[in-house]
Design a protein around this ligand. Structure first.
Ligand code: ZN
Length: 138
């Protein structure tokens, strides 16, 4: 926990480049050096061809809402009471992988399936930047 007061991601060896990219305003994805498949979340071994080599590419930041929920009951209450309602979504990036995130920049009730969204970077604490998505062009 940080002074942000909420749980934050903890980078590991595989995901560290992703989180470092977020601090620079870049959405990075790991691409298999062998078969070219995008690995998200980042992993040491490609789930498609089992190769270990990889490179990092910058994603377009464009996505569509695949699925979502509107959180109205804060759990735990002492941490999220001021945030509800908020949207937890699975978005499908143009690069073909799905990412769990929040939809921001619109009312929770406005989120729709297949809605076009784009990444926005939220610095929630020093060196902690979360990729969230907002309506595209909004
Ligand atoms: Zn591969």
């Amino acid at each position: 926990m940080t002074e942000y007061g909420k749980p934050v991601p903890v980078a590991d060896a595989d995901s560290a480049p992703f989180w470092e990219g977020c601090t620079r305003g870049q959405l990075l994805l790991q691409r298999c050096a062998d078969c070219g498949a995008i690995r998200f979340p980042a992993a040491g071994i490609c789930p498609h061809c089992r190769a270990t080599g990889a490179e990092w590419i910058t994603a377009s930041g464009r996505a569509r809402v695949y699925s979502w929920i509107v959180v109205t009951h804060p759990v735990p209450r002492e941490i999220y009471a001021d945030d509800v309602p908020y949207v937890v979504a699975l978005v499908e990036l143009e690069e073909g992988v799905r990412m769990a995130t929040n939809i921001v920049g619109c009312d929770a009730g406005e989120v729709r399936a297949d809605m076009e969204v784009e990444v926005t970077f939220d610095e929630v604490a020093p060196d902690v930047v979360l990729p969230r998505f907002r309506p595209r062009g909004g």
